[in-house]
Design a protein around this ligand. Structure first.
Ligand code: SF4
Length: 654
């Protein structure tokens, strides 16, 4: 009997139209848990490192986590993994919503797609019955529209659908996979889905999931719920509004956008508008948001309601989460929030990443102003800021004219355009657009996260530790007094000693070793969440979350029957971290690639940054180039990786 997981993957060969239900190896669950961990293992084992992301040999994996669909709150993540066309490294994008639980209830832990379909198709998974269906009638349809059409066609409103829009069909590198209440947006997973000619996956599952010790597990889940309630009633004081509570983040609830609009950059991630927010803007934006937000919604089995149904008069309804309401408006310098809601609707139907796409458009208009792109490139483009952005979004999704070049993201577009355009693609890490945030003084913890994170997305690496020092000792003592989540008491001292100014402030405090400790803790929680399929919004992302290193082993053990304790769980994390690093090392990732955007901080400290990287690599058991050593791989039961890297000459004599 398999517990928590189903023990089966669905393997679909799109070239041959072959569908197989394959039993998985329970030993791999013990080694990697599931989700991201086992996705990475499959990519390592089955996709040669020189595979082009758009080759039929590339895999597209939809993985659920080990705890997915169990009664644990927020255990609903789908981890989509593949080789990214944008970074050329392993891309793994996560979504919440309802897809993963539905897949597990249908009897599968993962769907693994290989090959390429000759025609556009959708896949219909209904428990044991799985079909590849013609999707010619869905060609060019919006992602949300596609989901609605499929539900009607299948005559079942409870079917969960993940679909791509036109951008995915056209292999736009920032194409997302949209699903009723969430989306997998980063790193071009929608482009790979489009390349494989999969318009959508529709799932309905009605089977049960077995739990090893159900009564004990439900008790633990109830404790988590109790803590969520406590945290909702006791927001963390003395930190920004979005960091006070749980969720990821609850942007649809909050209307106070002072912090984002005045600290994040406008346009092509360059202009800060320090005095933007005033009472007039606040009232106008609040009214706009409350008018279009018809209701707040949650993902499967979660009380947090991070998303919202958005109904702007005259256009179709869609779901919004996080702060895409701001990204387009800020990139376009439009002060009217209504624009943000209207363009995000079209972008959702096209299926594009709401972080990268606005920046790509702002980048294009900067190039036009600089004379690097010409008026001929923008023939027919309206002159007003709103009209310009709608026009260019259409061109990118359709890959028309200049939109075809821009559809590959700022890095690749700049390479193609030349004439100095590279300097304008200034906000990338590993070829991927980042949050438009530019700061003064280097923060050593964030330096490490930006430089070394494999997700190439800072919001999916940070969390747990406060983003800045508290002003007074009283605030610090107040913060640490009920900080049950710390894996080690030393973290409390770090908070107590951290000063906003002077010797114990950025960039030399936290010290190099402390910074490494903090980053390791943050990464650990993200890697565990991503393997068990729990939303970061209840675990690795917020301060003082309900899931932590002390209760996770008990939950995993009671659900899956795996003998688990804190040390063993930490080892699983280290194994998954080094495995993913090895997948990327084999694809060419090296120390030289590990750097934040050049202008992320005004004040940089090259010597300190080198020390931070050295210390981080040493702590992980990697060599100076960021490659796991033979000894480390051996300790983590990853000898087969060491052998492979040795054979390729990537590591020598360990
Ligand atoms: S915390 Fe928010 S994003 Fe996470 S599962 Fe709950 S509703 Fe979804």
């Amino acid at each position: 009997m398999r517990y928590a997981e189903t023990g089966y993957n669905l393997e679909i060969d799109l070239t041959r139209g072959n569908i197989e239900r394959v039993e998985t190896d329970p030993k791999l669950t013990e080694l990697h848990l599931g989700g991201l961990g086992t996705n990475a293992k499959i990519l390592w084992d089955r996709v040669p490192p020189d595979t082009d992301p758009f080759s039929p040999d590339n895999l597209l994996i939809f993985g659920t986590g080990l705890l997915g669909a169990t009664p644990a709150a927020g255990a609903n993540r789908t981890v989509v993994s593949t080789y990214s066309p944008q970074t050329l490294l392993m891309g793994y994008s996560m979504m919440g919503g309802f897809l993963a639980p539905e897949l597990k209830y249908a009897g599968y832990d993962k769907v693994v797609f290989r090959g390429k379909s000759p025609e556009l198709v959708y896949v219909w998974i209904h428990n044991d019955k799985v079909e590849i269906r013609d999707a010619a009638h869905l060609k060019g349809k919006g992602a949300v529209e596609t989901a609605e059409l499929i539900k009607k066609e299948l005559k079942d409103p409870n079917v969960q659908v993940a679909a791509i829009g036109l951008a995915g069909e056209n292999r736009v590198y920032t194409a997302s996979i949209e699903q009723g209440r969430s989306s997998a947006s980063r790193l071009g997973v929608g482009a790979v889905m489009g390349d494989k000619r999969i318009k959508a996956i529709a799932i309905r599952g009605t089977k049960d999931i077995n739990l090893a010790r159900p009564a004990e597990y439900v008790e633990l889940c109830n404790e988590v719920l109790k803590y969520i309630k406590f945290r909702n009633e006791n927001p963390v004081p003395n930190v920004m509004t979005i960091l006070q509570g749980l969720g990821s983040p609850q942007e649809m609830l909050h209307t106070d956008e002072k912090w984002h609009t005045e600290n994040f950059m406008w346009g092509n991630a360059r202009t800060r508008r320090k005095d933007f927010w005033n009472s007039e803007v606040e009232k106008k934006w609040k009214d706009t948001q409350e008018m279009v937000r018809t209701r707040l919604i949650s993902c499967y089995n979660c009380p947090m309601k991070c998303g919202a149904i958005i109904s702007v008069p005259g256009i179709s309804t869609y779901m919004m989460k996080c702060f895409s309401k701001l990204t387009y408006a800020m990139a376009a310098f439009v002060d009217d929030l209504d624009f943000g809601f209207r363009i995000a609707q079209r972008a959702t139907e096209y299926g594009v990443d709401g972080f990268s796409t606005p920046q790509i458009m702002a980048f294009a208009f900067e190039l036009r102003e600089a004379g690097i792109l010409t008026e001929a490139d923008f023939e027919g483009c309206p002159s007003d800021n709103e009209g310009k952005f709608f026009w260019l979004l259409d061109r990118i999704a359709r890959r028309e004219g200049i939109g075809d070049v821009l559809a590959n993201g700022t890095h690749w577009a700049a390479q193609k355009i030349g004439k100095g355009a590279e300097a304008y693609a200034h906000n990338n890490i590993k070829k991927h657009e980042q949050l438009p945030l530019k700061l003064g003084m280097l923060n050593p913890v964030y330096f490490l996260m930006y430089a070394t994170g494999e997700k190439a997305n800072i919001t999916q690496i940070e969390g747990q530790f406060p983003q800045g020092p508290f002003m007074t000792m009283e605030e610090r003592q107040g913060f640490i007094k009920d900080w049950i989540q710390v894996p080690d008491e030393k973290f409390k001292q770090y908070v107590l000693d951290w000063e906003p100014r002077g010797e114990r402030s950025n960039p030399y405090y936290p010290t190099v070793d402390m910074s490494v400790d903090i980053v390791d803790w943050q990464e650990m929680m993200h890697y565990i969440d991503d393997a068990v399929g729990v939303c970061a919004g209840l675990s690795s992302f917020p301060l003082k979350p309900p899931y932590h290193i002390h209760n996770y082993p008990k939950l995993i053990s009671a659900a899956a029957g795996i003998d688990m304790d804190e040390e063993k769980l930490k080892e699983v994390y280290r194994r998954n971290r080094s495995l993913i690093r090895a997948v990327n090392v084999r694809r060419g990732l090296r120390r030289a690639d590990e750097k934040p955007p050049e202008d992320h901080w005004k004040k940089r400290f090259p010597e300190l940054e080198e020390k931070l990287l050295d210390a981080y690599y040493t702590f992980k058991g990697w060599n100076k180039d960021g490659i796991p050593t033979k000894e480390t791989l051996h300790k983590l039961n990853l000898d087969y990786i060491a052998e492979d890297l040795e054979q390729r000459g990537i590591i020598k004599n360990g």
